[in-house]
Design a protein around this ligand. Structure first.
Ligand SMILES: O=P(O)(O)O[C@H]1O[C@H](CO)[C@@H](O)[C@H]1O
Ligand SMILES: [Mn+2]
Ligand SMILES: [Mn+2]
Length: 407
């Protein structure tokens, strides 16, 4: 029986990579800075306090991977534990530090071209673009037209949106066109239709994702984004290891955002879940039932969207501790030959300036399938994971990456 369980901790970087300076991210370290802030007493909230405690992740090799990435153990972690997993840190080959690039590269397909970006912080979108979207949607105008944090812009423009019915268009340092609309006053279906129009009109602009950002609430300070977020990604530029397993008759079970991020390519089943707890529950359920030749692939988006982009150190720490506490439940469900991979798609250091992603190494933790415990060292591309998965399922090798599975 062969099953691979991929746990993608969205944004959980473990230290700046050699090329981080090109992104303004030299010194960023999502894991290290969260641990340092917690140890300094700056990571307390209603749910947690004090030093960051991740005993189960550390046992798999997470802290050792961070040590090899940065040259020091994160505060509160050390060499005083027996590591049972194979652990490494991987640099990104793709030119961007965005979610699709990180996910596709992990699955064997780095993005070596540049995405289109809306670089201007204000008046971000070309008039011809927004005119065409509005014309096709039959709307008289729009709000926003800037770089923004998706929660801050709701406080700024949410009420005006409810009064006027005009959608909020915004972007960020990522290759994204985001549309925020109220679920009740604008309507969810109308928002999805608008996003589909935008996806079409954006074709020549080479933008990675259009994202529907529905929200609810009555006014400033009350608005909340809902789990009905939907990402409209372009398709990966080549076949990923997911496509290859699907073509070979295997199962690829998406939990959470995975199917959206791969534009449904290589996916055979989709499970929706919102929030860290529900995503973890859904993962356990699928690990219970997944057949031979399956990938169970979960994106834990909250680390990124709720805490990394929100620059919420305590929230990020609490979420990590929650994930860590539940990890033994997953390990207890594994079949003898199952392979667990724990990784991330980029960093999003909550102590860093701004609200964008950070260019970092990601953890490469592999456990099971007869892999010996110990260091996998620096991996030059996230695609080493995809190549490993291809080797595990005895699929034809991917173009990029080297497998770390013992032969
Ligand atoms: O601030 P919010 O809307 O969460 O946006 C974040 O989420 C988007 C997709 O990752 C990026 O554009 C990033 O800036
Ligand atoms: Mn991401
Ligand atoms: Mn993000």
């Amino acid at each position: 029986m062969k099953r691979c369980i991929i746990l993608m901790l969205d944004s959980f970087g473990i230290g700046a990579s050699a090329d981080a300076d090109k992104f303004g991210d030299a010194g960023a370290d999502t894991f290290g800075h969260i641990a340092a802030e917690c140890a300094a007493g700056n990571g307390d909230n209603a749910e947690r306090s004090g030093t960051l405690q991740l005993p189960n992740l550390a046992k798999l090799g997470l802290a050792h991977a961070a040590y090899e990435s940065t040259g020091s153990f994160p505060a509160g972690f050390g060499d005083n534990i027996e590591v049972i997993g194979a652990y490494g840190h991987a640099a990104e080959l793709s030119s961007g530090k965005d979610t699709p690039s990180g996910h596709w590269e992990m699955a064997g397909v780095p993005v070596l071209y540049d995405w289109g970006y809306f670089a201007d912080k204000t008046h971000s979108f070309p008039k011809a673009l927004t005119d065409e979207i509005l014309r096709r949607a039959g709307l008289p105008g729009f709000l926003g037209n800037c770089h923004a944090s998706g929660t801050v812009i709701l406080d700024e423009l949410g009420e005006q949106h409810m009064q006027t019915g005009l959608p909020i268009f915004y972007t960020s340092a990522d290759s994204v066109f985001q549309i925020a609309c109220h679920e009740d006053t604008f309507g969810l279906d109308k928002l999805y239709q608008l996003c589909e129009i935008a996806r079409e009109v954006l074709e020549p602009y080479n933008i990675g994702r259009v994202i529907a950002r529905p929200f609810i609430g009555s006014g400033k300070g009350q608005f909340e984004r809902t789990g009905n977020r939907h990402d409209y990604a372009v398709e990966p530029p080549a076949k990923t290891v997911l496509d290859k397993l699907k073509a070979a008759g295997g199962n690829v079970i998406s939990i959470g955002k995975i199917a959206d991020i791969y534009a449904n390519c290589g996916i055979t089943a989709k499970v929706k879940a919102t929030g860290l707890a529900a995503l973890f529950d859904a993962t356990l359920e699928q690990v219970n039932s997944a057949a031979d030749n399956s990938i169970v692939f979960t994106n834990f988006v909250d680390f990124d969207s709720q805490f990394g982009h929100r620059r919420d150190v305590a929230g990020y720490a609490a979420a990590l501790e929650y994930f860590d506490a539940r990890l033994p439940e997953l390990l207890a469900k594994l079949q003898p030959n199952d392979l667990v991979i724990l990784t991330a798609d980029h960093g999003c250091d909550p102590t860093w300036r701004g609200t964008d992603h950070t260019r970092e190494h990601v953890p490469v933790i592999a456990y099971g399938a007869g892999l010996p415990a110990g260091s996998l060292g620096l991996r030059n591309t996230f695609a080493d994971i995809g190549q490993t998965i291809a080797a595990y399922f005895e699929l034809e090798p991917m173009q990029y990456g080297s497998s770390f599975l013992p032969r």
